[in-house]
Ligand binder design. Structure first.
Ligand code: MLT
Length: 312
């Protein structure tokens, strides 16, 4: 009996609840997307998917926890361009983001949005950049930690505009957003799905999105290029991974459940209303996520290493 139960059984998978490790705070954009998917994947798999928020160090603590879990399909690593690409250039990780993980599915993409507290005296991106440039000391920018999406987007924004920011790390952009609303920090270069509700409510101000097209769900916000800033193009895609060595049939099963969830019109509507862009159908394979992750490592690591980010 022992030998049977300790082996990875693909035939009766899943026979008990699955954990999705979200490496950022509850209520943030990663957590929100994971919860929408978990709910619908439960129907597809016949078992609950439980979210565990394991935060810290730009998401690398939570990813490490998933990497070192048994490769049996019961622990899933939720992450994105920050955690599964940028972190490898920022931290000395005790695991390899590509070799130690098995891609499952490429999840929807989030354009980044430049937002500020309402007290900032700017009404356009140009005015915001001028304001940021003339601060006696750098303005404060909330992030979800070094190497997170909001941090990398901030570094990219600095490099395109020539401004300097003073980063304030949080355990996710949910708590960072709370401090922005309260006026305790100046700006966030945030995932759109995190900020858009507060922008609509008028509690913070939006200047531009880092995409080539305006959002269907918020057409009043200009693209960076329309607002006068060229070369600020970035979408933060997310994904699901499992530890390396997870049986292929289990990866296939999880992929099918995620694809079923993403193709559900109610899920699609919910994610799109938050500004997210759905994954194209031909990109929904595990291979597409693996290819994307490797291509983005090649693109971003040199940029991040050049920025010389200190994490100590
Ligand atoms: C979060 O959920 O808090 C975000 O994904 C953090 C980020 O990477 O900016």
């Amino acid at each position: 009996v022992l030998a049977v139960t300790s082996a990875v059984r693909a035939d009766d998978y899943p026979s008990h609840p699955i954990t999705i490790i979200v490496p950022f705070a509850a209520g943030g954009p990663s957590d929100a997307m994971a919860r929408v998917l978990a709910e619908r994947m439960r129907t597809a798999l016949g078992q609950p998917l439980v979210i565990e928020n394991v935060t810290g160090a730009g998401g690398s603590i939570g990813v490490g926890r998933a990497v070192h879990s048994p490769p049996d399909g019961y622990t899933i690593s939720f992450g994105h361009l920050g955690t599964h690409v940028a972190n490898g250039a920022v931290y000395k990780l005790n695991f390899d983001l590509v070799a130690d993980l098995e891609p499952v599915v490429l999840l929807p993409s989030n354009p980044m949005i430049v937002v500020s507290k309402n007290a900032v005296p700017a009404t356009s991106l140009k005015e915001l950049i001028a304001w940021l440039k003339t601060r006696p000391s750098p303005a404060t920018a909330g992030t979800a930690g070094a190497g997170s999406g909001s941090h990398i987007a901030g570094v990219y924004f600095e490099s395109v505009t020539g401004i300097r920011l003073q980063y304030v790390p949080y355990r996710g952009t949910a708590p960072a957003l709370n401090d922005l609303i309260a006026g305790q920090i100046d700006v966030i270069v945030d995932q759109t799905s995190n900020s858009i509700g507060q922008v609509r409510a008028g509690t913070i101000r939006a200047y531009a999105i880092s995409d080539d097209k305006r959002l269907a769900s918020a057409p009043e916000i200009p693209t960076a290029e329309e607002a006068g800033l060229k070369g600020f193009n970035m979408v933060l895609w997310s994904g699901l991974w499992v530890p390396k060595g997870t049986p292929k049939e289990i990866v296939t099963r999880l992929n099918a459940a995620a694809v079923e969830a993403l193709n559900d019109p109610a899920v699609k509507k919910q994610l799109e209303s938050q500004g997210l862009k759905m994954t194209p159908q031909d990109q929904l394979t595990p291979e597409a996520l693996g290819t994307r992750q490797k291509a983005e490592i090649a693109k971003w690591w040199p940029i991040i290493k050049a920025a010389n980010i200190k994490v100590d």
